[in-house]
Design a protein around this ligand. Structure first.
Ligand code: MBD
Ligand code: FE
Length: 311
């Protein structure tokens, strides 16, 4: 039977007590957020007549999500991470900041600590017979078009199975395989010599895929390469590009695709002379345009728990 109790004094008092709102101790910001989120949940239970069975299924799902270590993966799959990008885009627009390379989500698979090389880094350490050679290169500039020296370009991507080193369930990759960092010189140029990635799929028996299955959604991403680009006098850029032609480009379970982030893939020869594993290789030019600090501050630095390792 559908009842409506949310607006009663008893429930409103319960919400205030549970979040310890206006108590004078505890963290006021945290109390405000918990009060609101808990209230939104209580209201949804009322409005949608969510049953006790459904509530307990949800509570136990949270346990499974934590056991699987997939909360950040689910955040990407439910569009929460994309939503934060939409908000940062709107903030940039509101202060008239444009002309930079578009941001897109970081995702949960970055590992801090990759060795930094000057201008060029070869990052395919482990053999991967199913992946062909790929060179990714370009220039880091400011919105004025001038090259940025001493920028750090970090890159990470999956292997031919869609697995990332450090998170690879097969154990086939050593630390920092397909992960690297390059420092630009005066010309602003960077280059990664690597292998062509394949799109990621959520762990098939994990909590994220379990939820997506009930929604009737898949948990796959098109092939893509992640970047952080940092420099002393510009805002940190978090972005990715997709590999042109991947059938999932406009069907990414994490909603990271953007029109400006699909560079052309060009086939070239001469790889042997460059030390690549085949003479014919794929080449992607991708240039980064960094945006200036906002009132002297980098408002694009996002604090979140990240894996790290020693190189
Ligand atoms: C990925 O490789 C990724 O980039 C995101 C956003 C989520 C899961 C895996
Ligand atoms: Fe990824």
């Amino acid at each position: 039977m559908s009842v409506s109790v949310f607006q009663t004094k008893e429930v409103q008092d319960l919400l205030k007590a549970a979040s310890n709102l206006d108590a004078g101790n505890g963290n006021a910001r945290f109390q405000q957020i918990v009060h609101r989120l808990l209230g939104d949940l209580f209201k949804a239970i009322d409005d949608l007549d969510i049953t006790p069975d459904e509530v307990w299924a949800g509570v136990n799902y949270l346990n499974k999500l934590g056991q699987d270590g997939e909360a950040a993966l689910l955040a990407a799959g439910l569009g929460l991470e994309k939503y934060l990008d939409i908000r940062m885009d709107a903030e940039d627009k509101a202060v008239g900041l444009d002309g930079g390379t578009p941001r897109t989500i970081e995702g949960p698979l970055y590992v801090a600590g990759a060795p930094v090389r000057d201008s060029v880094s070869r990052i395919d350490v482990n053999p991967d017979p199913d992946a062909g050679p790929l060179i990714i290169h370009g220039t880091v500039t400011g919105v004025d078009g001038k090259p940025v020296a001493d920028a750090i370009v970090e890159c990470w991507h999956a292997n031919s199975k869609g697995f990332y080193s450090h998170f690879d369930p097969t154990g086939a990759q050593t630390e920092f395989n397909l992960r690297g960092a390059v420092k630009t010189g005066a010309d602003g140029r960077y280059e990664f010599r690597t292998l062509m990635p394949v799109g990621y799929g959520c762990p098939p028996h994990g909590a994220t895929q379990q939820l997506l299955n009930v929604l009737g959604r898949h948990g796959n991403r098109p092939a893509h390469v992640h970047f952080f680009v940092t420099s002393d006098n510009a805002r940190k850029l978090t972005t990715q590009f997709n590999i042109e032609g991947d059938p999932l480009i406009w069907d990414d379970f994490a909603y990271a695709t953007r029109e400006e982030l699909i560079p052309h893939v060009v086939e070239k020869t001469g790889g042997t002379a460059l030390g690549l594993k085949a003479d014919t290789y794929k080449d992607i030019e991708f240039n980064f345009t960094l945006t200036p600090l906002v009132q002297g501050k980098d408002n694009q630095i996002v604090q979140r728990l990240r894996a790290s390792a020693a190189a």
